[in-house]
Every structure is written in structure tokens, then in C-alpha cells.
Design a binder for this molecule. Sequence first.
Ligand SMILES: *Cc1c(COP(=O)(O)O)cnc(C)c1O
Length: 387
Amino acid sequence: MKVEFSERLKNLPPYLFVEIDKAKRNARQEGRDLIDLGIGDPDLPTPGHIIEKLCEASKDPKNHKYALDQGMPELRKAIAEWYKKRFQVSLNPETEILPLIGSKEGIAHMPLAFVNSGEYVLTPNPSYPPYRGSTILSGGQTQDMPLLVENNFLPDFKKIPAGLLARAKLMFLNYPNNPTGAVADKIFYQKAIDFASKHTIIIAHDAAYSEMAYDGYRPMSFLEVEGAKEVGVEFHSLSKTYNMTGWRIGWVCGNADIVAGIAKVKSNIDSGIFSAIQVAGIEALTGNQEHIQNMCALYQERRDALCEGLKALGWRVASPRATFYLWVKVPQGNDSRAFASLLLEKCDIVVTPGVGFGQYGEGYIRFALTVSKERIAEAVERIKKRL
Ligand SMILES: *Cc1c(COP(=O)(O)O)cnc(C)c1O
């Protein structure tokens, strides 16, 4: 039988990392000592007290059953309290907070709730790939919002073609930003809210990196801005904040009708987050928070090691105020994939080519600060000697 994929599956963008993945596998097989700065996954373990809580909770038989779709009331309450304390924003745990099986899960399901075929989703470019993928799977179309260095990697809403605004349903935003490391302020969020409100567009703000910031900078929540809850929701995740990428737990919060739409899609697809993981999530949000300062101090050291090291080699790099990414222009005359291949072949260094995040990422590579500062120093040394 010839298996025919659906049009929506065929419409997904091609996977652009095929060659580099293959080259990486080959290099590993040859036993080469790779320094992998390609993956946005914390290298350190989950804090011990969270693991202990999971172990304990996993032994309780009442946690072995189907979880509630809408998440444990205690988890929703812990999220509301965390939000209030961190951002001074009040959320109703019953209607304005929905736990997710990782924020990617909610992002992937959100367009199914709001986007009809032929309607548009305004998507930053470059961006975290699921915004685009989820739009296409829902039958919608993406409209790029280029993130350009001259605009501090913020979208320019005036550049969105006016003719399609009537059919634009949803806008994804993400600050602190993956892959550029850019941050947004209140003035930007206010502009986004005014624009969305004028054109009846739902805002989905992805704040996965809200706790990963440096030099004393504390990213704000989009929901702190007046009018935000009228037009949008914010996604959060325990993945990066508590080194819990594999655990799969996050949440969406904000506008109750939007939250209800996502919940309705999910109730047809999944059956909640393993309850023991929810209990551990409560521990993460309400227990000792010392880990966060230590984590930021660690990434800040690594950031400085890489920025200073590359600058000393004559590279032009801007030091990000948040996220664990360095978004660096490749030397003139290179495209991002060719330059990433060169780094792999000559230096045994893995980076992500910018074009993998969208066409406006061309000309850049992304370094993830997910190895020790000693390994970062070694990477800089290799670039100096071998490139
Ligand atoms: C890592 C990341 C997430 C987190 O995804 P989870 O599914 O919660 O692990 C969300 N958004 C962006 C932009 C990310 O880089």
C-alpha cells in the first residue's frame, strides 16, 4: 500500500538540520570530541528537592489514575500565587490558568481552537519552530513578522500587509526571545496589545525564559500591561527555569475564554499531566528558589566567557540580557548552514544555523550556553587555532 500523507503534513516546512545532524552523527561515530552548543536543553539536573517530591508522590496510588484535564486545583493555586508574587498579576486559578504537558503542547494545540482554514497567524521569523508547525497543522497560514537587528528583534506591526489583517486570528510573540536573546519592554507590549485589540487578534505570548536573565534584569510578564488579559494569554514552562525539560510540565494563563478554548481542544486529545509530576511542579514553584539565582549566575559566567572570547577574536557579538542563547552574525560571505558545517568540520563545535528558525535567521548562528565555561573556553580556543 502506498501511504499518502495529508496535505497538512505535506505542508509542514522541510526539516533543515538533516545535513548537520548527519555530520554530527558521523563525527560522534569517529570518536571526535564534540562541543555541542546546538541544543537548547539545560545540561544540569533538576534540583534535588523537586526530584525527592516526585519520588514520594509517585508512590501514592491516588497519583496513578487519570489526572484531571484541567490540572490539580493545588497546582493551579500554586501557579496563581507564584504569578502574584513574581509579577503582581492576579489570576483566577479556576478559569485563567491551565496546566500543560509542557508549553510546547499548548502552543501546538492552540491554533486548533481559534484558526480556520485560510486564516492567518502572525508569526515571528526567526522563531521557535512550533508556532509555524502548529499553524500549518491547524489549516491556517503563517504571516511572517521579521525580527531584524535594526528593530532590536521586535516585530514592526506597521509592516504587516493591511489586506490580510481582517483574516488574522492569532499572533505569537516570545520574549525573552529564542533564538535572538532579545527582550521586550512595556512600551512594546502596549503597542502589541493596541494593535491586537484594534484588529481583533489573539496574542499568545511565550514566556518560557522569563526567569533566565542577567545583570540584575528581571523580564516582565506581558500580562502586567494594561489590556493584556482582554486580548491574550501567556505560556510558561518549568522546563528551562528548573532544568525540567524532560518532565513535561508548563501552563498557559490569561484571558479566560482563550484558556477555555485551549482546554476544549486538549480534553479531546490528552488526559492531563501525571499527577506526581504536578505535585513536583508545586514543589518547584513554592519550594526553595535559590536554584534560580545560581542558575542565572552560572549562565551569566558562560555568556561572558563566550562573548569575551569571541570578541577577542574580532567577532561582533552582542551580550544577551536573557535566555541562554547567543545570536551571532556569521562572517561575510557565509550562509548560516555552510558556516555551521565549517565549525563542525574544522573545530568539532556544534551550533544551530539561523535559517533553521526561518528565512530571516539566515546570516546568523545560534550558540546555546549549555556546556561548562571550561568547555566554552576550549571552543573559543579551537576557533582561534583552527578557523
Ligand atoms: C524551550 C522552549 C519552550 C519550552 O517548551 P516546553 O514544552 O515547556 O518544554 C517554549 N518556548 C520556547 C521559545 C522555548 O525555547
